[in-house]
Design a protein around this ligand. Structure first.
Ligand SMILES: C[S@@+](CC[C@H](N)C(=O)[O-])C[C@H]1O[C@@H](n2cnc3c(N)ncnc32)[C@H](O)[C@@H]1O
Length: 283
C-alpha cells in the first residue's frame, strides 16, 4: 500500500496572506496588521522577526495555534481578548472578557488625574469602576506616592484587576462594591470611567463591543450622576472628581456638577479633539 503524500508545510508568508484575506472578509479594517499581531503572539516573535523570516515553514502545531486565534478574531472577538494582553500607558495589562478593554481615550483621563494630584505627596485616590484595573494601576505606577483604592461591582473584573496588580508589581487596594454606597472616604481624587452608554445606543456599537464586552461595564444608567452625588461625601475639601464620559454628554454633566456645588469645572478633549473628561473641584 502506498503512503499518502506528505503535505508540504505552509510558509508564514502564505499563512499571513490567508489570515489577512479571512479577516478582511469578516469586516476587520486593519486585517493584515491584526493578523501580524496574532501570529507574533502565537509564535512568540516580534513583528520585525516575522518580517525577517517570512519564508519560514510553520509546523502544523504553530499553524493550528495561530489559526485558532484568527478564527476567534473572525468572530469579532476584540483583538485585546484574543491577544490576552493590551498596552495602557506604561503598562501591559492582561485582558479578557471579565472586563472592558482599556481604551486609548482613557489614557487622557489618567493624564488629567495625575496632573490634579501632582502636588500631593501621598494622595488618596478612588478609581470607581476599575474594570481591568487600568486607571488605578496607571496612577499607582506614575505617582508612586499615591494610595489607590480600586472599586468595582463586578467580582470577575476585580479578579482581573488583582491579577494585573500582581503582574505589574503594583500595590493598590481592591474593593468589591457599588460606588453608590459601599465605600468610605476621604479621598483627594475620585477618578472614574463609568458605564456611560445609553441602552438605546448599544445596538449601533461595533460587534466587538456590543457582543463581547461585559454589558454592565458599558451600560449603567445614572451611574455617572450618582458618582457626582456620592463624591461630595467622599472628597476632602478642595478634592477633585475626574470622570470620562461618552460623546456629547460633557456639557450636561458639567452643568449637573455645577448645580451640586462643585467648582472649577473643566472639560478636556481627547486626542481626536472630542470632549471627553470632566473634572471639578469640591469646595
Ligand atoms: C466602562 S468600565 C471601565 C473599566 C476601567 N476603569 C477602564 O477604564 O478600562 C466601567 C466599570 O464600572 C463597573 N461598574 C458599573 N457600575 C458600577 C457601580 N455601580 N459601582 C461600582 N462599579 C461599577 C463595571 O463593572 C465596569 O468594570
Amino acid at each position: 500500500m502506498s503512503e499518502a503524500p506528505a503535505r508540504s508545510p505552509v510558509s508564514l508568508r502564505r499563512a499571513l496572506a490567508g489570515a489577512d484575506d479571512y479577516l478582511t472578509r469578516r469586516g476587520i479594517e486593519r486585517a493584515r496588521f491584526e493578523a501580524e499581531l496574532i501570529f507574533s503572539r502565537s509564535l512568540g516573535l516580534s513583528r520585525i522577526e516575522l518580517y525577517l523570516d517570512l519564508d519560514r515553514p510553520l509546523t502544523p502545531e504553530e499553524r493550528e495555534r495561530a489559526l485558532e486565534l484568527i478564527a476567534r478574531r473572525g468572530k469579532r472577538e476584540p483583538l485585546a481578548y484574543v491577544l490576552g494582553e493590551w498596552g495602557f500607558r506604561r503598562l501591559t495589562l492582561k485582558t479578557d472578557a471579565r472586563a472592558l478593554v482599556p481604551r486609548p481615550e482613557t489614557e487622557i483621563l489618567v493624564e488629567r488625574a495625575l496632573s490634579l494630584i501632582e502636588q500631593l505627596e501621598a494622595p488618596r485616590v478612588l478609581d470607581a469602576g476599575t474594570g481591568s484595573g487600568a486607571v488605578a494601576l496607571a496612577i499607582a505606577d506614575e505617582h508612586p506616592g499615591a494610595r489607590v483604592v480600586a472599586l468595582d461591582v463586578s467580582a470577575e473584573a476585580l479578579a482581573l484587576a488583582r491579577e494585573n496588580a500582581e503582574s505589574c508589581g503594583l500595590e493598590i487596594e481592591l474593593k468589591l462594591g457599588d460606588l453608590r454606597g459601599s465605600i468610605e472616604g476621604p479621598f483627594d481624587l475620585v477618578v472614574s470611567n463609568p458605564p456611560y452608554v445609553l441602552p438605546d445606543e448599544i445596538d449601533a456599537l461595533e460587534p466587538e463591543v456590543r457582543d463581547w464586552e461585559p454589558r454592565e461595564a458599558l451600560v449603567g444608567v445614572g451611574v455617572p450622576e450618582a458618582l457626582a452625588e456620592r463624591s461630595r461625601e467622599l472628597l476632602v475639601p478642595a478634592g477633585w472628581l475626574a470622570i470620562e464620559l461618552g460623546e456629547g454628554q460633557q456639557a450636561a454633566y458639567a452643568a449637573l456638577v455645577g448645580d451640586l456645588g462643585y467648582e472649577a469645572v473643566t472639560i478636556t478633549p481627547d486626542l481626536t479633539g472630542r470632549e471627553r473628561v470632566v473634572e471639578a473641584r469640591w469646595p
